[in-house]
Design a protein around this ligand. Structure first.
Ligand code: BG6
Length: 524
């Protein structure tokens, strides 16, 4: 194998000259599929998201041989770096990756400049043309917006103005990958969409929700639609209630400033929770492709009841953590975190009682909750089934019986467990709830919890939009959460408090107790 030469001052060459080739290590276990030739342009290349998520994902793909040989990366950002400084930062961000990654980093180029300046985009076009010449990236481009959201529209429009919304010479595609948050309410999301659609067509836009890249989120589709035994009971006749929990034990870390403008509803519910909910409750798609899967998700989201702001107050709880103990360590309250106002009313916890008004789910409450600094990190979907229609057991025994529950554990300890009653050995007839567990780690030895980015990045570069969020999904998800934002916008907005390290405020229990229900305590 020949490794690529450093290219800090590449001279344009004719296509007939042999190009440096990437070192692509053999990877016998990995699928062989590689991206098509392309240049990946990362806006926000010196930022946090690039260093924590995108570069590690690229290193993962490079080392597994999933990138085309005709591939390169161009970083764009305001930080005044040279090509060499960008490369050094990349190697520092992912120091553990292998030969494929290091060879790729040698090709990295960097364009420093303001996003509002046409010079930045002129320079980018030159570097793209050089990449086509030198590496055979063939006019194909993927533009990844890993910047603050306020410049998404500006960059998309500038790219279009420079003609970068269409492939370069001889190319087949130009795509735009956009990070969340996509708007901060329905009105701003529509405005952003109008601007982005002015520059790119919907089929060129890949909106990321990293939960869709998680194996266990995708496994909801496999469980439901590759097995005959679940679908017949996946409805109101058998399911009594659904609970979706996205609990984090971490606080806002160094993102206090951002979180102050977001809160748990915007940060987690509008996107990750809505995606998990849609996959769990949607109708079977007629194909596992982008159109059919997303059509069904949208149909389901459209069936989620949209409350009036008054109903929204009644059906929700919002709260903020105060100082407490997490994993035996004393931690400060949200208002003491860096970048957070001492009188902040931003919620770090949300619980909602939703209804899905369609034939399959009418009358089944869907409870969702998410929070930071909760007792443990766990994301799960639990379907609790109806109790038996008649109990032949009497007294204490009857009270011990718990309804059957199917738990889809998204993280950590990914797996699926079915909870049912079994007789406790002995003379007495006692029944205890036990679990039948499927664990990813046991079933698939090379399973590694992934943050979803390698998969999503690869899909976007290959043009598969199935796991990306379509414009109508984003809009409908905002329609669902907007009434809560409106209801909470009053000063104080019904904010409650909970000590860090607990499962949230007591009042969230009352949200369920009214209907005789209670939150599940996830198995840790
Ligand atoms: C992000 C949120 O989208 O998801 C973060 O902005 C949150 O606040 C993160 O911590 C959770 O992702 P994961 O993959 O750790 O569950």
């Amino acid at each position: 194998m020949i490794s690529s030469a450093p290219d800090s001052a590449p001279s344009p060459r004719g296509p007939s000259i042999a190009r440096p080739r990437l070192v692509v290590p053999p990877s016998p276990s990995a699928p062989r599929e590689r991206t098509p030739p392309l240049a990946l342009v990362i806006f926000g290349a010196s930022g946090d998201l690039t260093s924590r998520k995108i570069l590690p994902a690229l290193a993962n793909l490079a080392d597994r041989g999933r990138l085309a040989e005709e591939f390169t990366v161009i970083g764009v950002a305001r930080t005044d770096w040279s090509d060499e400084e960008f490369r050094r930062a990349a190697l520092k961000d992912v120091p553990y990756a292998g030969e494929g990654w290091r060879a790729l980093v040698e090709r990295f180029r960097y364009v420093a400049g303001e996003y509002a300046s046409s010079e930045t985009f002129d320079r980018l076009k030159e570097v793209l043309a050089e990449a086509d010449q030198r590496y055979g990236t063939s006019g194909n481009r993927v533009f990844y917006l890993a910047t603050i959201p306020s410049v998404f529209a500006m960059i998309a429009e500038a790219l279009a103005k420079e003609g970068c919304n269409v492939p370069g010479e001889g190319g087949e595609f130009a795509r735009l990958v956009v990070e969340k948050p996509y708007g901060r309410d329905l009105a701003s999301a529509l405005e952003l969409d109008a601007a982005v659609h002015h520059a790119f067509d919907e089929d060129q836009i890949f909106r990321i929700d990293h939960y869709m890249g998680k194996e266990t989120v995708q496994n909801v589709l496999a469980l439901r639609f590759a097995n005959a035994i679940f679908e017949p009971i996946w409805n109101r006749r058998y399911v009594e209630q659904v609970q979706i929990t996205v609990a984090e034990s971490i606080g806002v870390e160094h993102r206090g400033g951002f979180y102050e403008t977001a809160g748990a509803l915007r940060d987690i519910v509008q996107n990750h929770v809505m995606q998990v909910l849609a996959l769990t409750l949607m109708e079977p798609p007629t194909g596992m492709d982008a159109t059919h899967v997303r059509d069904e998700k949208v149909k389901l989201l459209k069936a989620v009841d949209i409350p009036t702001p008054d109903e929204a107050v009644d059906k929700s709880v919002r709260a903020q953590y105060v100082a407490g103990v997490v994993d035996q360590v004393a931690v400060p309250g949200y208002r003491e975190e860096e970048g957070v106002a001492p009188d902040s009313t931003t919620e770090t916890y949300v619980a909602l009682r939703l209804r899905v008004e369609n034939w399959r789910w009418a009358g089944v409450p869907v409870y969702v909750r998410t929070g930071k600094r909760l007792a443990a990190r766990v994301t799960e979907v639990a379907l609790q089934f109806h109790s038996v229609p008649f109990l032949a057991f009497e007294g204490e025994l009857a009270r011990q019986l718990r309804p059957n529950t199917l738990v889809l554990r998204i993280q950590p300890n990914e797996g699926i467990s079915l909870h049912f009653g079994a007789k406790v050995p002995g003379e007495e007839f006692r029944v205890q709830s036990v679990a039948m567990d499927f664990l990813y780690d046991t079933a698939f030895r090379d399973n590694r919890e992934s943050d979803g980015y390698p998969r999503l990045l690869h899909d976007a570069m290959c043009g598969d939009a199935t796991l990306f969020i379509r414009t109508d999904e984003v809009e409908q998800a905002w329609r669902i959460v907007d009434p809560y934002l409106e209801a909470w916008s009053e000063p104080g907005g019904g904010l409650h408090f909970y000590p860090a390290g607990t499962w949230g405020p007591h009042i969230a229990d009352l949200l369920l107790e009214r209907s005789g229900d209670s939150w599940r305590v996830p198995e840790l």
